[in-house]
Design a protein around this ligand. Structure first.
Ligand SMILES: [Zn+2]
Length: 297
């Protein structure tokens, strides 16, 4: 059995896991993320040292937010709360401290996608569109058994396709991006628009039965998500669409309705499945490790 370490750098913590060639996490550790790039690099390094101990491992895969030059293991651009992360040469830094190991770096949503395609809901499919419903909307594209990264590693930004021309202002500078409507923050914004009151995503979900404005908000979210899936389906013609991320925990209030709306909106009904992701919390670690494990089979 081969082993690799998978690292998942998120907004709140750096998680690391020792993963075997069947995709099982043998041991896991995490360190809180802080807004200092050098400290975060040190955290990645110490997780690798801690998990490695005296074990034989083939390498380390690292998932990071942002546009990642996966050839050189470098962060090209990033938004959100890791602002000084742009330009960081992750691969070079880690390699200097672990000269005997193969190091690979990939975008975090792509890592989650690789996990789903390897041992999750996408197993056995050659192509997929994946979306991650968190605070925003992340995505991955998988065609002919490989990730689509784009010419400058900025592809598969499905959250920044435009859903409403001249709609809500997005952090990326555009207006009306899909993630301003479909995702945790979008849900809260919609609720505020219909009620004038601030409620958290969880409060909105839990009050659907009793609060008419919460019901309206979920109906809008469901309709917007269905519309987005129609766009992604027509654009990429995937064999399967996989939906993951924290918002999937509330799918009992919107999933069936969303599927019905999708079927009403799409121009051709075919057998393409729309499914939930199998791995929600550990997909980043497993997918990062797969960068190494699946290359060294
Ligand atoms: Zn945007």
């Amino acid at each position: 059995m081969k082993y690799a370490i998978g690292i998942d750098l998120g907004g709140t913590s750096v998680k690391g896991g020792l993963v075997n060639s069947q995709g099982e996490i043998i041991e896991q550790k995490s360190i809180p993320t802080i807004s200092d790039s050098q400290e975060n690099l040190k955290a990645i390094n110490s997780l690798i040292t801690d998990l490695r101990k005296d074990r034989e491992i083939v390498g380390v895969g690292i998932g990071s937010p942002g546009s990642i030059d996966s050839e050189n293991g470098k962060v090209l651009t990033i938004g959100g709360n890791l602002k000084d992360w742009t330009g960081i040469e992750i691969k070079e830094y880690v390699y200097k401290n672990h000269l005997d190991l193969e190091i690979k770096v990939e975008n975090d949503a792509n890592c989650a996608g690789l996990c789903e395609m390897w041992i999750g809901s996408g197993k056995g499919y050659k192509s997929a569109v994946g979306i991650t419903l968190g605070t925003g909307l992340g995505g991955f594209l998988f065609l002919k058994n490989d990730l689509i990264r784009g010419d400058k590693y900025r592809g598969s930004e499905l959250g920044h396709t435009i859903l409403y021309p001249n709609g809500r202002q997005c952090n990326c500078g555009q207006m009306g991006c899909t993630e301003r409507y479909v995702g945790g923050t979008g849900l809260e914004e919609t609720y505020f628009e219909v009620s004038g009151i601030h409620k958290s995503g969880e409060e909105i979900i839990s009050s659907v039965a009793s609060d008419e404005n919460a019901k309206k908000t979920i109906d809008r979210f469901t309709d917007d998500l269905a519309t987005s899936l129609v766009t992604f389906k027509n654009f990429f013609d995937p064999a399967i669409i996989i939906i993951g991320g924290g918002v999937i925990n509330s799918s009992h209030v919107w999933w069936d309705k969303m599927i019905t709306k999708y079927q009403e909106k799409i121009n051709s009904i075919d057998e393409m499945p729309i499914v939930k992701a199998k791995y929600l919390n550990s997909s980043g670690i497993i997918g990062a490790a797969s960068l190494i494990l699946n290359k060294n089979e």
